[in-house]
Structures are given as C-alpha cells and as structure tokens.
Design a protein around this ligand. Structure first.
Ligand code: C2E
Ligand code: MG
Ligand code: MG
Length: 414
C-alpha cells in the first residue's frame, strides 16, 4: 500500500491498541504512534501532525474525547486520513463522521467495536484511495522561512468579505482575511499558513502585515465616503501580550483612524487560557473602543459562564451551525442558544457562512443582526471590494441576475 507510513492509534483501551498495533506491525512499513486519549494524541499531532498519514481514533475517552479531538485536528489543519473506531451506537458514530466532514477532515471510515481484523483489511484500500486523491491536489508545504519571506515581501494581503445588516441590507463592515499570493504557487488559503505562523511565532508579524494593509484600505474607503467597520482576526497568542492593546491602538491612531473603526475577532480557544492575561488584554481593547467579536461560536469548549467574563460586543455563529440549522435539530438548538446568549449580553449577532436564500431566510427569522457568506460575496481584493460596493450602492440586493454575475466574477477567488 506504500503511501501510508505513519499511523497514530488513539484509544483508551490498551488491548485494542495492542491489536491494532500488531496489525500494522505485521503489514510492515509503518511507524506506529499511540495515545491513550485525545490529549496525548494532540501532543503528537502538535509536534508531528504533518508527518502522520493516518489516525485511528476512539470516541469515548477520558480527558479530551474523540469529538473534541476531531475539532482540534481541524484547528491543526490535519490533512491525513482518519478512521473512527468506536463502541458507541450507530447514530453517535454517524454524527461524529458528519462532524468530521463539516470540519473538512478526510474521514475514510468508521469501525465498530469489538474490532474485526477483516474490517481493517477493508480499510487499507480506502486509505490508499483517499491518499491518492489528496496527492492529486496541488500541494505546497509552507515552511517558516518561506512564510517569513512572504511577510517581509508583502505577499500577504487581506481580502475582504462584506458583512451585511439583515434588517436594512446595508453593507456595514468587512472581514479582512489573509491571502498569500505566492509567485510560483499562486493563491494560498489561510488554512495552509496561519497554523505555521502560529507555531513559528510569526503570527504577530502576520497580523501586523494584515492590519497595516487593512488600515490603508480603510483610509481609501473613507476617502470615498465609505465608513464601514473592518474586522481583523487576532490569534490567541497575541492575547498574552500585555502591550498589544497599546501597540495596536497607537498604530491605528497614527494612521488617522480610530479603534471603533475595527472589530477584533478572537476564537473561544483564545480566551480559554489558565492565565488572566487574555481577560486583561481584551478588557483594555474594549475600553479603547475596539469592537470585540467571539469568532466561530459553538465550536470551542468554553461554557456560557466563561463567555460572560469577557467584554465581547459581537457573537459570530460558526458556519457549520448556520448551514446545518435548516437540516438538523442540534445545529438549530445551538443557534437558538447563541441568539439567547447574544441578546442577554447585548451583543450583536452575526451569522457566518450564509450561502443560500434559505440560509438568509433562516437567519432573518431567528433575529440575527448581520450576515457574512457566499450568498453576498466571497472574500475579494481591496480594489474589487471598492468596485463591488459602488456597484451595489452600499447595500445588498439578491436577484438571480446578480447571483450569476457574482459567481462569474468570483470564480477566480479562493
Ligand atoms: P474565520 O475568521 O471564521 O473566517 C471565515 C471563513 O469562512 C473564511 O475562510 C471565509 O472565506 C469563509 N466563508 C465565508 N463565507 C462562507 C460561506 O458562505 N461558505 C463557506 N463554505 N465558507 C465561507 P478563510 O478566508 O479561508 O479563512 C479561514 C480562517 O483563517 C478564518 O476563519 C480565520 O480563523 C483564519 N484567518 C484568516 N485570516 C487571518 C488572519 O489575518 N489572522 C489570523 N490569526 N487568522 C486568520
Ligand atoms: Mg474571523
Ligand atoms: Mg469564523
């Protein structure tokens, strides 16, 4: 089978680990890693994730369970194959597979416990098939030095995705999303380089590069009479830097802009730290007038009480729940809970990933304030956003014609 060389077995049952280990050992040509729970597995993924070809993962484990581990694999942009190995009932296993798909993970199967070795035999060709598909995708492995060079040379710039107020249909903001235009490999999406930036300590430089360009673009927009808020993604690491509030506000004021022109988006994992630093940093940012948004809401491990401790002004519901809400009751329940929490804490509610008219109808019926998604537009370069904004006269109207025009123009963008 050749292509699958490093396998990670994650299961709290030592006997099962022995069985699977000896299976791969007998096949030959495998380096085998093992972990007794998601937390141990995560340590391996953090250090050697890019080298692991295949993970076999239990669902019910102490510490970090299989579902939490899948979420972490998404955050680490794990690109290997994954198989679930579980004694849970079929519905749980199917839901776990669906979740993995929503996380864009490469799930190749689910095996029921007690394990039958014949099932493993059937799995091997599926892994090879999935690996072959993955390899046929254009691939560029991002190194720290290539990324540093790209930041220094200004190859990373923000693309802008509009945010639209549901009630008025006005374009009220944009999210700045980093894009790397590589001279050789073309457009590289953030999922391929943000994790490298975070792991290598380059995330501060990258955020500054995005912010500097976003400030220039915001000034250009203001000069044309367009006053909208720019959202910037802030990685968790920066929330430990106690100078961050002073540095960012000084930079923004030096550019002739004001903190309220910006919304800083942080994910739940960014605030779930043992130290009080993120709380201090976020509170000072809020006092300085920045909007603060909790990004990808619903996907982290924070509980509602933890969120109450932070001065967020906006809650952004993750796109997996928005897209799932019209189809399944769990996603709908998560959206309902987010809306309740947002209302109670006086936060503006934003829905990500609105792709269809029925998604739009759903958010409008559920009292969400703003939306962002492919229905309106994909992220685009600054100049194009300016043209787009003017063409739309500052608000979004949906028609079949405009959808066709949008799709044509956006076919070129990530
Ligand atoms: P995010 O902050 O949650 O950004 C939203 C992502 O959803 C963007 O992906 C956007 O293109 C995508 N999206 C928006 N509408 C739709 C839709 O209708 N359907 C679908 N399928 N997707 C939609 P993108 O640009 O690939 O960014 C991915 C993530 O990378 C961002 O998620 C953010 O976490 C991170 N990121 C991007 N730029 C930066 C940055 O400058 N700094 C940091 N720290 N992270 C960044
Ligand atoms: Mg964001
Ligand atoms: Mg998000």
């Amino acid at each position: 089978m050749g292509t699958c060389r490093r396998v990670l077995i994650v299961d709290d049952d030592p006997i099962l680990r022995v069985i699977v280990h000896s299976y791969f050992d007998n096949l030959g040509g495998f380096e085998i890693f093992q972990a007794a729970d998601g937390r141990g597995a995560l340590e391996i993924v953090e250090h050697r994730g890019h080298e692991i070809d295949f993970i076999m993962c239990d669902l019910n484990m102490p510490e970090l369970d299989g579902i939490q581990f899948l979420r972490q694999l998404k955050d680490h942009v794990f690109s290997g194959a994954i198989c679930i190995l579980s004694g849970e009932d079929q519905l749980v296993v199917e839901t776990a597979q669906k979740l993995a798909h929503l996380h864009s993970l490469r799930i190749v199967g689910a095996l029921q416990k007690p394990l039958n070795v014949g099932d493993l035999d059937q799995l091997i060709p599926r892994i090879s098939e999935s690996d072959a598909k993955e390899k046929s995708r254009p691939f560029f492995s991002v190194s720290e030095s290539a990324l540093r060079n790209a930041i220094d040379k200004g190859q990373i710039e923000p693309f802008y995705q509009p945010k639209v107020e549901v009630s008025s249909r006005k374009i009220v903001g944009v999210e700045a999303l980093a894009r790397w235009t590589h001279p050789q490999f073309g457009m590289i999406a953030p999922g391929d380089f943000i994790p490298v930036a975070e792991q290598s300590g380059l995330i501060g430089n990258l955020t500054s590069a995005v912010l500097t360009r976003a400030m220039d673009d915001a000034k250009r927009l203001q000069a044309c009479g367009i006053f909208i808020k720019t959202a910037i993604n802030i990685a968790a690491d920066l929330l430990h830097n106690l100078d961050f509030p002073d540095r960012i506000s000084a930079e923004i004021e030096a550019a002739g802009l004001n903190p309220p022109d910006f919304v800083l988006e942080v994910t739940e994992s960014g605030i779930l730290q043992k130290t009080s630093d993120p709380m201090e940093v976020l509170t000072r940012l809020r006092i300085k007038g920045f909007g603060l948004s909790i990004d990808d809401f619903g996907t982290g491990h924070s509980n509602v009480d933890q969120l109450r401790n932070f001065p967020f002004s906006e809650l952004k519901i993750d796109r997996s729940f928005i897209q799932g809400a019209t189809k399944d009751s769990i996603s709908k329940a998560i959206v309902d809970a987010a809306v309740l929490l947002g209302r109670e804490l006086n936060m503006r509610l934003v829905a990500e990933g609105v792709e269809t008219q029925s998604d739009w109808n759903f958010v409008a019926e559920n009292g969400i304030d703003e939306i962002q998604g492919f229905l309106v537009a994909k992220p685009m370069p600054a100049m194009e956003f300016m043209r787009w904004h003017n063409e739309h006269g500052g608000s979004f109207t949906f028609s079949e014609q405009s959808a066709a025009k949008r799709d044509q123009r956006q076919a070129a963008h990530v």
